[in-house]
Design a protein around this ligand. Sequence first.
Ligand code: ADP
Ligand code: MG
Length: 226
Amino acid sequence: MYNDLRQKEKLAVIGQMAAAIAHEIKNPLSALKGFTQLQQEKDKGDDHYYPIMLNEIDRINAIVNDLLILGKPNTAIKTKKSLKDIVEYVLSVIDPHAQRKDVTINLDMKEPAVLVCDENQLKQVFINLIKNAMEAMPHGGTVTINAKQADNQVEVSVKDDGCGIEPDKLAKLGEPFYTTKNNGNGLGLMVTKKIIEEHDGRLAIESELGKGTTVTLTLPAIPNCG
Ligand code: ADP
Ligand code: MG
């Protein structure tokens, strides 16, 4: 118990430091992106490094955003939003990457659930989960996103048919900075968990080695009146 508390305090301090640094990085980074785009326009015809540069800048930006969320107490700014709109937006961003990796993403969302949520934070959740699903299928595969609403709760699952997770590793998921990837940072699930908890939701992960993984989010939703 005592150790647990010490660990929590340590993490809070590390989180605050990380967020402070992330905050400082954000402005120069957005200037860098803007000028890279301008220069790309100027160098038309000889611009083959620019997409890579812009992609890497976007990656730094995603890490910085994760760190910002971790270091702050509840930062959610909540409004009424359609879950489907949020997921469809994320899919429009991810689709080109998915196509390149031979990943098909199916969306099965019949009823348009409405949530009181921080739209950007929930977008980040789905980006993190779909990215993990894609990274678990290096040779391609299928991601299925399914949503079911019952009364005032919606259950959204992100399922892949990728490498799966060994049972003893399953318990470690979401632990600070836990990663099994060479180029991973273990921020994705940690941030996802924090955002879902701040939305009074729950996250559950089921997985079978060699078969695939399903991450299920349960979130409060505005009751259907149909
Ligand atoms: P990162 O992706 O940077 O490693 P995450 O917090 O997103 O960090 O994930 C932590 C770990 O959880 C991953 O390294 C991986 O081992 C495991 N994991 C998460 N999602 C999946 C998935 N869909 N399939 C297999 N393993 C997963
Ligand atoms: Mg990840």
